[in-house]
Design a protein around this ligand. Structure first.
Ligand code: UD1
Length: 417
């Protein structure tokens, strides 16, 4: 089903359990290739990006099956041939198979990675870093051919802490000959999750959680069990859903330590936050308080992946809110749709919007064009008076297991897949 119907205007109330993290699960699944044995990945989210990654792994010979709440991956036999074209297009995270495949097979052939249309999304940092490790690249008919006679450890400095490039270097480095020092590594918690899984497989990685990683290459790895952490972006989506609708919710098992910037913003918007063993409890004011400026940054700053849902919540603020997007260009595509719902938003610069908060917005048919923007439209639908229909929901299912079920748990009147 590609559309979601919402009867909005009801404050969210209740509790919801937070699913496993997409951005942690995907690189870990790519890393199972390096383990060369069987891994069991618990709390793996059942989302379409994971299904696509499973197809990619199967295409290259892995045996993958769901067993209870986990995913079993047997990578003992991998035939290092081309990754299937259909599964690789439309998902940027297939890019992290690049480092894993080069590590395991010494070569990789990939479609140019797809993903959400939120900017140019170049891959120069990935290619530059892997080149330093001895990987050569060619482009042929839109495909990327990577090969390395020998993969060597290297001293690499990333000019920008790209999440994906950091993951690719780690993946390539664990089986490379010699040590790799990676300076300027991304600090996002999903990097630490990947390192923990690889360490469980026997890899030597030091400096986890810092911008300087030391990866001791060449160790033989075995499979491991791993539990995917809760998704901080999904938890943040429901957090701002609560703030936007003026509700009170418990986000069960939400990874609050990874959500500090989001929780801080929710507090500035008037939310009362209480952290307990059960999770994060949020009580929102009737109307979100205006805040001066929300600025997206790399971790631990406010995540770009929550910018659209925070924007949706801010539409009902009791004053003006400025939002500045510093990570991706073209990440304000949701603005046009929100305006049709009655939001007052000015695009000041390509990377800056100014929201003049309004008392209420109204439900209209809207269309999702990318994952997080789609989730923001659902949040806006929950805030709006009347009925909202969100189409293009296939983007939302890339990252949310069942956004309708989750919001229903919180008392929303919402139907769809
Ligand atoms: C990952 C996340 C995504 C999140 C983003 C930033 C996954 C599957 N996706 O994406 O949800 O929004 O981190 O937290 O984990 N860049 C370059 N050259 C490169 C690589 C990146 O210029 O070679 C630029 C990008 O265009 C973008 C910025 O760096 O402007 C951030 O990208 P990056 O950190 O690499 O994000 P992703 O790994 O693509």
């Amino acid at each position: 089903m590609d559309s979601i119907q919402i009867q909005g205007g009801v404050p969210l109330q209740g509790k919801v359990r937070i699913q496993g993290s997409k951005n942690a699960a995907l690189p870990v699944l790519a890393a199972t290739l390096l383990a060369g044995g069987s891994s069991f990945i618990r709390n793996c989210p059942r989302i379409t990006d994971v299904f696509a990654m499973i197809s990619l792994l199967k295409n290259i010979g892995c045996r993958v099956s769901w067993q209870g709440e986990g995913l079993y991956v047997d990578a003992s036999r991998v035939d290092c041939r081309e990754i299937g074209t259909e599964a690789a297009t439309g998902m940027r995270s297939s890019l992290c198979l690049l480092g894993a495949l080069v590590g395991r097979c010494g070569s990789a052939v990939m479609e140019h990675p797809g993903g959400c249309v939120i900017g140019k999304r170049p891959i120069d940092l990935h290619l530059g870093a892997l080149r330093q490790m001895g990987v050569e690249f060619r482009e042929e008919e839109g495909r990327l051919l990577a090969s390395a006679d020998r993969l060597n450890g290297a001293e690499i400095r990333l000019p920008f802490p790209s999440v994906g490039a950091t993951e690719n270097v780690i993946l390539a480095a664990v089986l490379a000959r010699g040590d790799t020092v990676l300076e300027g590594a991304a600090l996002e918690p999903e990097i630490a999750a990947l390192c923990r899984y690889l360490k469980g497989c026997g890899a030597g990685i030091e400096g986890i959680g810092t911008g300087r990683l030391l990866i001791r290459g060449g160790r033989e790895l075995s499979g491991a069990e791993f539990t995917v952490p809760a998704d901080r972006i999904v938890a943040g989506t429901y957090l701002f859903g609560c703030i936007g609708t003026g509700g009170s919710v418990l986000l069960e098992d939400a990874p609050w330590e990874e959500m500090k910037s989001a929780l801080e913003l929710a507090e500035h918007m008037g939310g009362k936050i209480c952290i307990s063993r059960e999770g994060v409890y949020v009580q929102a004011p009737d109307r979100p308080r205006a805040v001066e400026c929300i600025r997206t940054e790399t971790y631990p700053g406010f995540p770009t992946d929550l910018q659209s849902v925070a924007l949706a919540a801010a539409v009902r603020a009791d004053g003006d809110v400025m939002i500045r997007e510093t990570i991706f260009e073209n990440r304000f595509r949701v603005v046009e749709e929100l305006r049709r719902m009655g939001a007052r938003i000015e695009v000041r610069e390509p990377d800056t919007v100014l929201i003049h908060g309004v008392d209420s917005i109204r439900g209209v048919p809207v269309e999702a064009r990318e994952l997080r923007g789609g989730a923001a439209l659902v949040v806006a639908g929950l805030m709006a008076r009347g009925e909202t229909t969100v189409t293009g929901c296939r983007y939302i299912y890339r990252g949310y297991e069942n956004i309708c079920r989750d919001f229903r748990e919180l008392g929303a009147r919402i139907t769809g897949a």
